[in-house]
Ligand binder design. Structure first.
Ligand SMILES: NC(=O)C1=CN([C@@H]2O[C@H](COP(=O)(O)OP(=O)(O)OC[C@H]3O[C@@H](n4cnc5c(N)ncnc54)[C@H](OP(=O)(O)O)[C@@H]3O)[C@@H](O)[C@H]2O)C=CC1
Ligand SMILES: Cc1cn([C@H]2C[C@H](O)[C@@H](COP(=O)(O)OP(=O)(O)O[C@H]3O[C@@H](C)C(=O)[C@@H](O)[C@H]3O)O2)c(=O)[nH]c1=O
Length: 301
C-alpha cells in the first residue's frame, strides 16, 4: 500500500530533496501558500486534511535567522504556533507527525556534542521560535518524531554552500568564522532519513522508542571555515581558481542574530531507535558542490 506523506513547504531545501528522493511505495504531497500558510495558522489543518495523509512532515519554517531578530512575532507564529496546528491536525487524524527542528535551540556553551535531553536555551529569535514549535508539537501529540538537524545545504534554495560558490566568482579570499563548530548536513540525506523514520512510525504504531526528540546531523564535525575550505577545494578540483579562507572569529563577522559556538549534535539515539546514520559530511558535500558547478556551467552556456 502507498504511504502518503503530506509535507509543508514548496521551494524549501528539505521539501525539494524529498520530492527528488521519493522511494517506491511512497507519495509525497507538498503543500504551499496560499492553501497552507503557516503565517495564517487556521489554514494549516484544512490543507493537511485535504491531502489525506498517513504521515505529516513539517519542514516549512521561517528560516531567515538574522531577519527573525526584527520579526520575532512572525517567526513565532510560523515556527511555533503553526507547528502546533499541524501536530493537532495529525492527532485528529490519528497519524504520526515529523517536525524538523534545529541546533539553534541550544545556547552552544556545552563542551561536547549535544544530546536530546540536554537543556535548551536559544540565543536567537529563530531558535526560540523553533523551540516553541517543538513544545507545541509535543503538547499536541505523543505520536511525533522531532528531528533536530543542523547547517543544511543542498542544490536547492538558499544555503552556505551556494553563498560560498557565489562569493568565489568574484573573490580570491573569503573571511569565514572558525569558532562555531557543528556539522553541515545534506538535505538529500535528511530526505532519505525522513522516509525511514516515517515508515518506522507507521509500521510500529505502539513503539515509544521511535517517538520523541532525535538529533540528526551528518557524521563528523567542522567549523564553518572548514566547510568553506572543503567547498573551495572541490571547486578547484573542477577547474576553478583557488580561493583562500581567512579564518576569523565570530566577533569579526557581526550579525543581527547570535549563533551557538557549539552546534555539534550527538546522533546516537536516532541510530539506536531508527537505525538511521547519516554519512560523513565530506562525502555528501563533494557531490553537491559538483552538481552546483555543473548547474552553473549549464546556465552560462
Ligand atoms: N536551513 C538550515 O540550515 C536548517 C534548517 N532547519 C529546519 O529544517 C526545516 C527545513 O529547512 P530548509 O528546507 O532549509 O528551509 P528553507 O528555508 O529552504 O525553506 C523554507 C520553506 O518554508 C516555507 N515557508 C516559509 N514560510 C511559510 C509560510 N508562512 N507558509 C508556508 N510555507 C512557508 C517556504 O515556502 P516557499 O517554498 O513557498 O517559499 C519553504 O518551502 C525547517 O523547519 C528549518 O527550521 C534545521 C536546521 C538547519
Ligand atoms: C556568508 C558568510 C557567513 N559567515 C558565517 C556567518 C555564520 O556564523 C555562518 C553561517 O552563515 P549562514 O548565514 O549561512 O548560516 P545560518 O543562517 O546561521 O544557518 C543556520 O540556518 C538555520 C535555519 C539553522 O537552523 C541552522 O542550523 C544554521 O544552518 O557563517 C562567514 O563567516 N563569512 C561569510 O562570508
Amino acid at each position: 500500500m502507498t504511504l502518503r506523506i503530506a509535507v509543508t513547504g514548496w521551494t524549501g531545501q528539505v521539501v525539494c530533496a524529498m520530492l527528488e528522493r521519493v522511494p517506491v511505495g511512497v507519495e509525497v504531497i507538498a503543500l504551499r501558500r496560499p492553501d497552507l500558510d503557516l503565517a495564517v495558522p487556521k489554514t494549516v489543518a484544512p490543507a493537511l486534511r485535504s491531502a489525506r495523509p498517513d504521515v505529516i512532515v513539517n519542514t516549512a519554517a521561517y528560516t531567515a535567522v538574522d531577519q527573525a531578530e526584527s520579526e520575532p512575532e512572525l517567526a513565532m507564529r510560523v515556527n511555533g504556533e503553526a507547528a502546533g496546528e499541524a501536530a493537532r491536525a495529525a492527532a485528529a487524524l490519528g497519524i504520526p507527525m515529523i517536525q524538523l527542528s534545529t541546533d539553534y535551540v541550544f545556547d552552544g556553551t556545552l563542551d561536547r556534542p549535544y544530546r536530546e535531553d540536554d537543556a535548551t536555551g536559544p540565543i536567537s529569535a529563530y531558535g526560540a521560535s523553533k523551540l516553541a514549535g517543538e513544545r507545541a508539537v509535543a503538547a499536541a501529540t505523543g505520536n511525533h518524531a522531532i528531528l533536530r538537524t543542523a547547517w543544511i545545504y543542498s542544490p536547492f534554495g538558499k544555503n552556505f554552500v551556494k553563498t560560498m560558490l557565489r562569493l568565489a566568482e568574484t573573490r580570491d579570499e573569503v573571511g569565514v568564522v572558525a569558532d562555531q563548530a557543528g556539522c553541515p548536513t545534506s538535505a538529500l540525506d535528511i530526505a532519505d532519513a525522513i522516509f525511514t523514520v516515517a515508515r518506522n512510525l507507521t509500521a510500529r504504531a505502539d513503539d515509544a522508542d521511535l517517538r520523541g526528540v532525535f538529533h540528526m546531523s551528518a557524521a563528523g564535525e567542522a567549523v564553518w571555515a572548514d566547510v568553506a575550505e572543503a567547498i573551495f577545494a572541490e571547486r578547484e578540483r573542477h577547474g576553478g581558481a583557488p580561493v583562500r579562507v581567512r579564518r576569523i572569529a565570530t566577533a569579526d563577522y557581526p550579525t543581527p542574530a547570535r549563533r551557538p559556538a557549539n552546534s555539534r549534535l550527538d546522533c546516537s539515539k536516532l541510530a539506536l531507535a531508527h537505525e538511521v546514520r547519516l554519512p560523513e559530511w565530506q562525502s555528501s558535500l563533494r557531490p553537491c558542490v559538483a552538481r552546483l558547478l555543473e548547474d552553473q556551467a549549464k546556465d552560462q552556456r
